[in-house]
Ligand binder design. Structure first.
Ligand SMILES: *[C@@H]1O[C@H](CO)[C@@H](O)[C@H](O)[C@H]1NC(C)=O
Length: 339
């Protein structure tokens, strides 16, 4: 046998060894994967089993506790639905008929900025909806706040005889379940100076050499990626009615002019206003959003640049950046059984 043959045998052996090792490893991986898969299935089954009926082994039935909480909650005041709408009567009817069925709703104000006042048919129809849908025969007031000028500032106009402290500002094309809205209202009651909402946004500083601090406005993906936010949008948010007064009468008039002219950013202005007044971040509440309209302006190109311009304009007006970061998300712990 020559030296070359030994090499070949050795080579063959090590090849066989390597192959064998590879097989074993594959087997192990396959077994691990299968084990993980079984774990997932088991977990999913357990979750499903407990979701429908809360675990009673914890000591007392959750159901009676929950209804006690609800009864307590109902004895308190409730909120005003402040709905912004523009020539989309089918959406208005749809969303109003949903929110009218929420038990904590006290009254409805529809912000009307169209050149023509609402027709009698529409008024009658909406009144009928609100009356038939409201809970326990409760009388829910429905009012149209008619504006002559078409400006986005109308949305936050002061309402003199508002009955509730809490305002739930909502667009006509987004729907949240009543339990979600009730929960957000509870969160707001525990922090009535804060803005409490479902749609978080964030700003990021960018140092530029000549103009000092410059900020960019970022959308949902940035919030999702970083878990950080500094605004909640007024398309779905609770805030105290005093901020309507501040927005209309105290906030700098040039901010309102800017908003009317640019037809954008009234929601950012409200976030700045509340942040400046409280030196605190807003509160993001978990909630599933159902969009019933067509896609909004946020999907139109150039939207982010426009919003960034607004942020920097408002920073200049305030002489500082009032927005405060947060990474807190409020979740109804009754719907979480695990942790
Ligand atoms: C910001 O808050 C300060 C302190 O509360 C207040 O004096 C000031 O008027 C506010 N600025 C604006 C533009 O609202």
């Amino acid at each position: 046998m020559g030296g070359g043959d030994v090499c070949k045998v050795m080579g063959g052996c090590s090849l066989a060894y390597r192959r064998c090792e590879q097989r074993l490893r594959q087997l192990a991986v396959a077994r691990n994967t299968r084990f993980l898969l079984y774990c997932c299935i088991a977990l999913a089954l357990i979750t499903l089993a407990f979701r429908s009926s809360p675990p009673s082994f914890i000591g007392f039935t959750n159901r009676s506790a929950a209804s006690a909480i609800d009864r307590l909650a109902r004895s308190r005041k409730g909120y005003t639905l402040l709905m912004n709408t523009w020539k989309r009567y089918d959406l208005l009817k749809k969303s109003l008929s949903h929110y009218a069925s929420c038990s904590r709703l006290d009254s409805v104000h529809i912000v009307w900025s169209e050149p023509n006042p609402p027709s009698d048919t529409l008024k009658k129809y909406l009144k009928h909806i609100v009356k038939t849908k409201s809970q326990d025969g409760k009388e829910v007031e429905l009012r149209f706040d008619i504006n002559k000028e078409d400006s986005l500032n109308n949305r936050f106009k002061e309402i003199k005889d508002l009955k509730t402290e809490a305002v739930f500002s909502i667009d006509d094309d987004v729907i949240f379940s009543c339990s979600t809205v009730d929960f957000a209202y509870n969160v707001w009651e525990s922090a009535p100076d804060s803005m409490v909402g479902f749609v978080p946004r964030v700003h990021w500083p960018e140092k530029s050499n000549d103009k000092g601090d410059y900020y960019t406005y970022s959308g949902w993906w940035s919030v999702w990626w970083t878990g950080t936010y500094s605004m909640v949008l007024s398309k779905a948010a609770f805030f105290h009615k005093k901020y309507l007064n501040l927005y209309t009468n105290e906030m700098s008039a040039s901010i309102r002019e800017f908003i009317t002219k640019n037809r954008n950013c009234e929601d950012i202005a409200m976030s700045f206003l509340v942040a400046n007044a409280t030196n605190a971040p807003p509160i993001w509440v978990k909630g599933k959003i159902y969009e019933i309209g067509s896609t909004g302006i946020s999907s139109i190109g150039g939207h982010t640049e426009k919003r960034t311009r607004c942020v920097n304009r408002f920073v200049a007006e305030y002489g500082r950046m009032p927005l405060v970061y947060s990474s807190m998300k409020a979740v109804d712990s009754r719907s979480l059984w695990f942790w």
